[in-house]
Design a protein around this ligand. Structure first.
Ligand SMILES: [Zn+2]
Length: 313
């Protein structure tokens, strides 16, 4: 049977029950006053699906309040379809394709996808490399940095810094304005435990900060070396794998991306990578996880509206 034949992908009532079980695992909580003891389900014939009433503050609410679903007219079961598609497609799912698959307008599809990316944003600040694990750090270049003339090399491209914790398999990426040591060092310091084994290539911007950790393993890409010959655990091949999915996705699926949106695409790739099948996470479990992340991630339409819309991405 197809995964998409599950009831919550088609039936609005089932969709509400599905989302409620994930957002409120302990039962409904009033988003207005935080009360959870005196909440009733409104069952009148003209009542919309999922409307509850808090008998403490007397206000009605649904599970959509305070989440990425708030103030949207899109049916919840359509949201669940969008989330599943974005969670199960390794390289991403374009707004155009969402628009055609879900039967919503391109504008709506674009907005939905950005809200789902917000739900994927983990906000996890725990350092990588605790207990002396290896953490690979590397940068990559993509698209066009706004206002920079096109030259050789990468100066006119947007810059992304990524960290991958080899033990936990998690990735954390960020957009950086440049790759000078003064920019890179504080990020590496903040995101790595002192006892970590830092793994980088021979780039100069990692040399000074590398001394702050238990070990700094360097692989010399300039010498065509992909694994350090003296210690074969020294390499950045895990992160190269991450970048290859990210770049193929950004090129093949999303095509254009403004700098103001790049962090959300990175959140999407980080999320799918950190919750990937190789770590035992199924497509459905991944979708479950993103549904639990919908709370407190409202994104206003004007925040997400950008030039990518005009380009049809
Ligand atoms: Zn209340």
């Amino acid at each position: 049977m197809s995964v998409l034949s599950a009831k919550h992908f088609h039936d609005e009532k089932a969709a509400y029950a599905f989302v409620e079980a994930r957002v409120w695992p302990e039962g409904p909580v009033c988003p207005h006053c935080g009360c959870f003891e005196r909440i009733g389900l409104l069952k009148g014939k003209s009542t919309r699906i999922g409307v509850r009433k808090c008998y403490d503050c007397r206000k009605p609410f649904t599970v959509k309040v305070g989440t990425i679903f708030e103030a949207s007219n899109i049916k919840l079961h359509v949201w669940l379809q969008a989330m599943y598609l974005l969670c199960s497609s390794k390289k991403g799912f374009s707004a155009n394709q969402l628009h055609r698959t879900l039967g919503v307008t391109l504008k709506t599809a674009w907005f939905m996808a950005h809200r789902v990316r917000e739900a994927m944003r983990s906000g996890d600040l725990a350092p990588f490399g605790v207990n002396g694990g290896a953490v690979e750090v590397d940068e990559t270049y993509i698209g066009r940095e706004p206002g920079k003339p096109v030259k050789r090399a990468f100066h006119h491209k947007m810059k992304v810094l990524t960290l991958v914790d080899r033990e936990t398999g998690r990735a954390r990426s960020m957009v950086v304005d440049n790759i000078r040591p003064a920019t890179i060092a504080p990020i590496v310091m903040e995101n790595l435990a002192k006892e970590a084994r830092l793994m980088t290539d021979e780039a100069g911007h990692y040399m000074k900060v590398g001394k702050e950790f238990a070990e700094h393993g360097v692989v010399h890409h300039g010498r065509d070396e992909y694994v350090n010959p003296t210690d074969r655990t020294i390499h950045t091949n895990t992160i190269e794998g991450y970048f290859s999915v990210f770049k193929r996705g950004m090129k093949g699926v999303y095509q254009h991306c403004g700098k103001q949106h790049l962090h959300r695409y990175l959140a999407e790739y980080d999320f799918r990578y950190s919750e990937r099948a190789a770590l035992g996470v199924s497509d459905l479990a991944r979708t479950d996880k993103v549904i639990s992340g919908v709370v407190g991630k409202r994104l206003k339409y004007r925040d997400s509206l950008g030039p990518a819309l005009a380009s049809g991405e």
